[in-house]
Write a protein that binds this ligand. Sequence first.
Ligand code: AMP
Ligand code: ZN
Length: 114
Amino acid sequence: MNDCLFCKIIAGEIPSEKVYQDDLVTAFRDINPVAPTHILIIPNKHIATINDLTLEDENLVGHLFTTGKTLAKEDGIDESGYRLIINVNRDGGQEIYHLHLHLIGGQKMRHPMG
Ligand code: AMP
Ligand code: ZN
């Protein structure tokens, strides 16, 4: 049995504020937003981390990013600006082990690299 929280969100077994879904990806609002727009875009198939990607996933990863830019425009932050972030493993700050792209924007953010 798959015990993954995000797989359950995709399946609709756990409620979420979905903003987009197609054959490849699902997007929903982060439950603990760090900015006015904070959306998670995830592949519908379970991939734990970026480290688990294969060449076959290249289209899928591209689609995560094009979905990110489309949703940024829908939330009205495409011109003001936003971040697209993927955290990988412990030191990268990954807490949920189902690959996800954070779309974050709607306010000026401190640069993470100082
Ligand atoms: P990360 O640290 O990159 O793994 O990010 C995990 C993100 O998932 C965090 O920003 C959490 O706030 C978010 N999150 C955890 N549980 C839920 C949930 N049930 N619905 C929406 N977002 C969630
Ligand atoms: Zn999963």
